[in-house]
Design a protein around this ligand. Structure first.
Ligand code: BGC
Length: 726
């Protein structure tokens, strides 16, 4: 019976593989035929924008336009044809999903899939063919204004989450466009800075999530970064695009520039760029009839082709990739219609948010808070009511609704008394300037102190926001500390009420000189539509927190590896920058150099406690191509059920090259009822232990002794196991 079942499954998989293969073959033939009918001019037209977010089709042959939208946390509101203004439609309000840092903190690939499916459905409903996201640039410095859009500092974690996200989006016949390829790890000088980094760090740290997007998720498009790498712009970088992406990884989709990231016609033609977007940020230039004709891949490209200096095969390859992208999206007759703002999407958004919220400190059982009539909670801080889906740059969203923390708490806490004061105020969100606040800081402070005096407990909702120089595209934060006078305000509040629970809404680590003055600390990210409800879920204990930090929080800025090496390392000298920390990014640096962070990668508390025990591996030694099966038990020794993330790190003793003490190679999130024990199995690919050997330009699996570290945070290792690679 079982045999028959498996035979049937194998048959179905095999025949569907053949069918997919046949289908692909058929499409390639159709593309051949289209290519033979297109004029040179029509081909070139397909390689560049016709508006802010679309490229033209070929009406003569029934080829439709290609429509794109940002990404990655929801589908951006409709933008005008030729300028950055919003079109002010009344039917483009969407579900805002939590920021990708929050998704990364869930350590839950199933949720990444659900997130991808849902945001893809919304993109489809909005008639988009390409969703500009997700972003997987590695978290290198806490000052990067765009970290909130990415998946943290670890290439393995980012890879494990980006793959299901992409698969989910693309299930809808909407292409994901993974961005920004690559080394766009800061916003400051992003449009021109030249990044110098070793081959090892490039391949081991910065490329893996892109590689997984291409090879495992089969992403259909990729967005090139603004910056340069080794003196060549990433949008037409021979090594990054032609060699690594298209040749070594076999990427068969289209490379799309970031908006305005192309700089040269010959290079764009020859070094792999397929679609040019956004050049000349005002769309139609004032001096020309149709600015789009002056794009590098427009008239100048046509001229180059006609002159014979660039062969027609070059444009044919680009158009083939664009048509492939279209057959998968705009020309796919079988895609669903999608849906938007439905309950399922809100549920996914809330689930991602609750699982991604990270509890970092919980003294005197600050959290969860009981909803009893004898307590008064003072909710203080601008972020308790401010919209955090507004601003931030291109990831800005127009949600149908957004539950603020104050609303969420008021809805959940029916017995406790909730009082509120804004406490501090920043100005309105703006993309490229800091706007002053209209509020009087002293009166706000006075009011907050009075409110704090009346309460048993203060919940301070602070952090950053989506304004220029905060968590916002276009530039970096100028300071590591909390802005808008929050530090001083906290001191004053602590003087009248020493029971403070701090909730940080940020996409970045911040300086915490005040950490000893708060009993509780929650890292609450940017949570979107359901944010306030999700925070109330965790604060009330309806949901037991299980999020883990996807990046390290250094105790001081200098403790972060990029900053340790001074200005040439970050932000560079305005022309070049050198990633001097090399492969030692994030916890790899803190661990190896024995510089403990304030909060470590993988760290996150729960309302219960877990014991990890009896972890073992299936053999003593392994060889190339094998898998290591790690198994053990997790016991929930506390009072409530919860989920724990078991993390497997591996390090090489006595290596011939520099190594991090340990690197994440496997993880699993397990739900365990209180009083129960669950078994866990985690599989690690032996080949993932190889280092990138620049001498042979390939991966090198060193033989010898390795150490596995198993724990529930990079700084909480409960067991180590030695093994060998032969
Ligand atoms: C951003 C991209 C975004 C594009 C279109 C650029 O400024 O870097 O991430 O997709 O604009 O809005």
């Amino acid at each position: 019976m079982i045999n028959q079942y498996y035979r049937t499954i194998v048959f179905i998989i095999f025949t569907s593989m053949i069918a997919t293969g046949q289908n692909e073959e058929k499409i390639e033939k159709k593309i051949d035929s289209i290519l033979s009918q297109l004029t040179l001019k029509e081909k070139v037209a397909m390689c560049h924008a016709q508006s802010k977010f679309s490229t033209p089709g070929v009406p003569r042959l029934g080829i439709p336009e290609l429509w794109m939208s940002d990404g990655p946390h929801g589908v951006r509101a409709e933008i005008n044809w030729d300028d950055w203004g919003y079109a002010n439609w009344t039917n483009d309000s969407i579900t805002a999903f939590p920021a990708l840092t929050c998704l990364a903190s869930t350590f839950n690939p199933n949720l990444a899939k659900a997130y991808g499916v849902s945001v893809g459905e919304e993109a489809r409903y909005r008639k988009k063919d390409v969703l500009l996201g997700p972003g997987v640039n590695i978290y290198r410095t806490p000052l990067n204004g765009r970290n909130f859009e990415y998946m943290g500092e670890d290439p393995y974690l980012a890879s494990k989450l980006v793959v299901p996200y992409i698969q989910g989006v693309q299930k809808n016949g909407v292409a994901a466009c993974v961005k920004h390829y690559v080394l766009n790890n800061q916003e400051k000088w992003r449009d021109h800075i030249n990044v110098e980094v070793s081959d090892r760090a490039l391949h081991e740290i910065y490329l893996p999530a892109f590689k997984a997007s291409v090879q495992e998720a089969k992403v259909w498009s990729i967005m090139s970064a603004y910056n340069k790498f080794r003196d060549q712009y990433c949008s037409h970088n021979e090594l990054l695009i032609n060699k690594i992406l298209k040749t070594d990884w076999g990427f068969d989709g289209a490379v799309i520039t970031d908006w305005g990231a192309a700089h040269d016609t010959y290079e764009a033609a020859m070094y792999g760029l397929d679609i040019e977007m956004g050049t000349g940020t005002d769309g139609l230039g004032v001096t020309t009839a149709n600015h789009y004709d002056y794009y590098f891949l427009a008239s100048p490209f046509l001229k180059l082709l006609k002159s014979g200096n660039v062969e027609e095969a070059v444009v044919n390859d680009k158009v083939r990739r664009i048509l492939r992208l279209m057959y998968r999206t705009s020309m796919n007759p079988n895609r669903s219609f999608g849906r938007m703002n439905n309950k399922e999407h809100h549920d996914v958004a809330r689930k991602v948010a609750t699982e991604g919220i990270v509890l970092l400190k919980n003294e005197n059982q600050c959290f969860p808070i009981a909803d009893t009539a004898d307590i008064t909670i003072a909710v203080i801080g601008e972020n308790a009511t401010r919209s955090l889906t507004k601003g931030g740059g291109s990831s800005e969203l127009k949600p149908k609704f957004e539950i603020s923390p104050l609303e969420g708490l008021k809805k959940r806490f029916k017995n406790a008394k909730i009082i509120h004061a804004m406490g501090y105020a920043s100005g309105p969100s703006a993309y490229d300037k800091v706007l002053p606040s209209e509020w009087d800081a002293d009166s706000l402070k006075k009011e907050a102190i009075n409110v704090a005096k009346e309460a048993n407990l203060v919940l301070f909702f602070g952090g950053l926001n989506k304004s220029h120089l905060q968590d916002c595209e276009g530039d970096d934060r100028r300071a590591f500390e909390l802005p808008f006078g929050q530090g001083a305000l906290l001191q004053d509040i602590a003087a009248v009420n020493n029971n403070i629970g701090m909730i940080l809404l940020t996409g970045n680590a911040v300086d915490m000189p005040w950490i000893d003055q708060v009993n509780g600390l929650i890292q609450g990210w940017y949570l979107g539509t359901m944010g306030g409800a999700a925070l109330a879920d965790v604060i009330s204990g309806d949901v037991n927190p299980s999020g883990k930090l996807p990046f390290s929080f250094p105790a001081k800025l200098k403790d972060n590896a990029a900053h340790y090496f001074g200005e040439l390392s970050y932000p560079g000298d305005g022309v070049n920058q050198y990633y001097k920390e090399d492969i030692l990014v994030g916890y790899r640096w803190h661990d190896t150099k024995k510089i403990p962070p304030l909060f470590a990668f993988g760290e996150g508390l729960s309302y219960t406690s877990f014991d990890l025990s009896n972890f073992k591996i299936d053999k003593k030694s392994y060889s190339n191509g094998e898998q290591i099966t790690v198994s053990g038990e997790v016991s929930n020794t506390g009072e409530v059920s919860g989920a724990e993330v078991i993390q497997v790190y591996i390090g090489k003793q006595k290596s011939k090259v520099k190594r991090a003490l340990k690197e994440l190679k496997g993880f699993k999130k397990v739900v365990v009822e209180n009083g129960m024990t669950a078994s866990v199995n985690i599989v690690v690919d032996v080949n993932s232990l190889a280092f990138y050997d620049a001498d042979i330009a390939d991966w090198n699996l060193e033989k010898g002794k390795y150490v596995m570290h198993i724990g529930n945070a990079s700084n909480r290792i409960s067991q180590t196991i030695k093994f060998e690679i032969k």
